[in-house]
Design a protein around this ligand. Structure first.
Ligand SMILES: C[S@@+](CC[C@H](N)C(=O)[O-])C[C@H]1O[C@@H](n2cnc3c(N)ncnc32)[C@H](O)[C@@H]1O
Length: 267
């Protein structure tokens, strides 16, 4: 587990399998709703940037303006820096940081982006206020999150039995349904001109197997067992069933994402 400087604990973990599903995300696939709001010369902050694959595309959109990515996981920041170097992207920097206590001055950015982060923060409203603080008046915030109850899969699937995973996530302060309440959060935090929308991605067999692997990690098992949410045997059985189901020829898993954009009112 990464050293943390906040009370948050990232349920999905930092090992290879856990991020296998996120390292293929791009700005075009997961931040397309923000791209029309960006222009050359803007400053942009990607909070909870993970391995930084989305950030690189956002950096391209604002060049020669600068993009910054922050994440509480040092492992991801190292990957993000390696990715930027391999891709030869010069106008981006990555640093460890906490979404709830950003190390940036007030009104530093034209745009703030956070994808699949709000669901991991114990205080999403406080986070929104913090993100508003670092935005310039008139600047844009764009967030995207899921809602596990809206996931769809067929045929009958062991994925319906992951209640213990969600219980651990909530115990860590997370909000697996937050995609549904993002617009209200934006409004309550004082953003205006709110836009909402969504899109669907597919969770392929490789990513599903990665989730099964995540469930088998000792740190996760300890949390689930100590929380009284599942026994080690139940976790192993479900992980095995998920692996088998993911490899069925006719199985599919669709993941809806909900996004929201808002502007910081110009003073
Ligand atoms: C599901 S990943 C999404 C990564 C990236 N935004 C993407 O979509 O590819 C969630 C990320 O949020 C980060 N995270 C969790 N809590 C955080 C916090 N308090 N401050 C900053 N990052 C945090 C995790 O380390 C992880 O990289």
């Amino acid at each position: 587990m990464s050293p943390h400087n906040s009370e948050t604990q990232y349920t999905h973990g930092y090992t290879n399998p856990a991020f296998a599903g996120i390292s293929s995300r791009t700005a075009a696939s997961h931040a397309y709703f923000l791209l029309p709001h960006l222009k050359s010369g803007d400053t942009l902050l990607d909070i909870g940037c993970g391995p930084g694959t989305i950030t690189l595309g956002l950096a391209e959109a604002v060049a020669p303006g600068r993009a910054s990515g922050v994440d509480i996981g040092e492992e991801f920041i190292e990957l993000a820096r390696d990715g930027a170097e391999s891709a030869g992207v010069q106008n981006v920097n990555f640093a460890t940081g906490d979404a709830l206590k950003l190390d940036f001055d007030d009104e530093s950015f034209d745009a703030v982006f956070a994808f699949a982060l709000l669901e991991h923060l114990p205080e999403p409203f406080d986070a929104m206020k913090e993100w508003k603080r670092v935005l310039k008046p008139g600047g844009v915030v764009a967030v995207g999150s899921g809602a596990v109850s809206r996931h769809a899969y067929a045929p009958d699937s062991p994925w319906g039995n992951v209640g213990f995973y969600l219980a651990v996530w909530e115990q860590n302060g997370g909000h697996p349904e937050i995609g549904l309440t993002q617009p209200k959060l934006l409004e309550d935090a004082g953003f205006s001109e709110i836009e909402v929308g969504g899109f669907i991605t597919s969770l392929d067999a490789l990513a599903q197997v990665a989730w099964a692997e995540r469930m088998r990690e000792p740190s996760f098992i300890t949390q689930a067992v100590e929380g009284g949410f599942a026994t080690e045997e139940e976790i192993e059985d479900l992980a095995t069933e998920i692996e088998a189901w993911a490899k069925l020829e006719n199985s599919w898993y669709l993941l809806p994402w909900f996004y929201g954009l808002g502007k910081k009112p110009a003073e």
